[in-house]
Write a protein that binds this ligand. Structure first.
Ligand SMILES: Cc1ncc(COP(=O)(O)O)c(C=O)c1O
Length: 431
């Protein structure tokens, strides 16, 4: 179908809530590794990866073969029956997950994983009160959205009761106007005060992303989660690590939380779990998992053999090609090169990230840190015109989000930085 017709039909038949990322429609037809192609055969270097999903790269033959094979054998029976891929995947997840996380539940998306994980934690603690972070994003179902603190994404409500939002560990824009490390992790310490003043003295849990993705690639100080874990334990709370966006090698480790030396009680997964096939999961410790008893949670498609086969092939590929090590190495190089751009471009307020999850926060003025929202739009558009796809994020919509497939190479970084530099030269003049 030609592009004009496709656009007309899209507008006619799809809900208008489907925003299009770019000012002009981009009609994508094919992907290969870290590249993606439009209907005219034009190649783009993909630093978006379908919102941090296609971690092994586009159109991987190994995953296609696993899917084909499973499609030919058995597509669906529901998790009420015994099938091998779901069990094998659960075993693999237990092997790579941090700490004592061992027992999985499979669903279809990150938001569903958050729904299930919070249901489990509520059941395990007999409490419904959660501590969540400002600028968080956990998905668009009721509980997930209730835990999400980004005004532009919250609808009319009403939302689930008992949720207390606390300051996120966003050092660049610290709400306490303090500086790390002399701040003494005031944002973590404040959680104690929040629990004492705003709950009945006990909580169900604390939920957070190891790095806030949609919130603007907010990387907490390395001691942050250990400090928070101690506080929430005092109030019998459990820690849900939302590793939906940071999981499966994105940050240079299997899971984002591994950078912080803590063991969550429950971890939610999605996005990169099956390299683009829809699958979500949560995994819990053997102590917590039994709280959801027989029949207390279920998903018709969750754990279906085809998507689980894709996830198994995905994990094997990440291991075989050392894509996680590559994310770490190439990510460090990317951060260093972007650091050089920050030396010469005043519109870069901060470059931050871990592995291949990187944010560039754009400001109009480094002194007052006024967000440069127009600059983000212009930079992302310029990059697209010049063959580079970038993401957007941040509470103020001023952070470039860079999340390429983990097979990204140093020469791809050089190419991306060249385009970014030319784009920054343009927006510097409109700051
Ligand atoms: C950290 C995090 N949690 C949950 C979700 C929701 O995932 P999904 O869109 O698959 O429901 C997202 C999606 O962006 C996410 O980034």
């Amino acid at each position: 179908m030609d592009k004009r017709e496709l656009v007309e039909k899209r507008e006619q038949y799809l809900l208008p809530c489907y925003a299009h990322y770019f000012q002009e429609y981009l009609y994508l037809t094919r992907g290969e590794g870290q590249f993606i192609y439009d209907d005219q055969g034009r190649r783009y270097l993909d630093c978006f990866a379908g919102v941090a999903v296609v971690n092994c790269g586009h159109a991987r033959a190994e995953i296609r073969r696993a899917v084909d094979q499973q499609m030919n054998q058995l597509v669906h029976t529901s998790s009420l029956m015994l099938t091998e891929p779901m069990v094998t995947l659960a075993e693999k997840l237990a092997a790579i997950a941090p700490g004592k996380l061992q027992k999985s539940f499979f669903c279809n998306s990150g938001a569903e994983a958050v729904e299930g994980a919070t249901a489990l934690v509520k059941a395990a603690t007999d409490n419904h009160q959660f501590i969540a972070l400002r600028s968080s994003f956990h998905g668009r179902t009721l509980m997930a959205l209730s835990l999400t603190a980004q005004r532009s994404w919250r609808g009319k409500g009403p939302y689930a009761p008992g949720i207390i939002f606390v300051a996120n560990p966003y050092c660049y824009r610290c709400v306490f106007k303090l500086r790390y490390p002399s701040c003494g992790l005031a944002c973590a310490e404040d959680i104690d005060e929040a629990i004492r003043t705003s709950t009945n003295g006990k909580i169900a849990g604390f939920i957070a992303e190891p790095i806030q993705g949609n919130g603007g690639v907010v990387v907490p100080p390395k001691e942050y989660f250990a400090a928070v874990s101690q506080i929430i334990k005092r109030y019998d709370g459990l820690f849900i690590d939302d590793d939906v966006q940071t999981g499966f090698g994105r940050t240079g480790k299997w899971f984002g939380i591994e950078h912080f030396g803590v063991e969550p009680d429950v971890m939610t997964l999605g996005k990169g779990i099956a390299n683009g096939l829809p699958l979500g999961a949560f995994i819990a410790t053997p102590d917590v998992a039994p709280a959801l008893g027989l029949g207390q949670h279920f998903s018709t498609f969750g754990g279906n053999p085809v998507n689980c086969a894709a996830a198994i092939a995905n994990i094997e590929l990440l291991e075989k090609e050392d894509l996680i090590g590559n994310a770490d190495r190439v990510g460090s190089y990317f951060l260093a090169q972007l650091g050089k751009l920050a030396d010469t471009h005043q519109t870069i307020g901060e470059v931050r990230g871990l592995g291949l999850m990187i944010g560039i926060e754009l400001v109009k003025d480094r002194a007052n840190k006024e967000p440069h929202c127009q600059g983000l739009i212009q930079l992302v558009e310029y990059a697209r015109e010049h063959g580079l796809l970038l993401g957007k994020s941040g509470l103020h919509a001023n952070v470039v989000r860079i999340t390429p497939p983990l097979c990204f190479r140093r020469e791809d970084v050089d190419q991306a930085c060249e385009i970014l530099e030319a784009g920054l030269n343009r927006i510097d003049s409109i700051a």
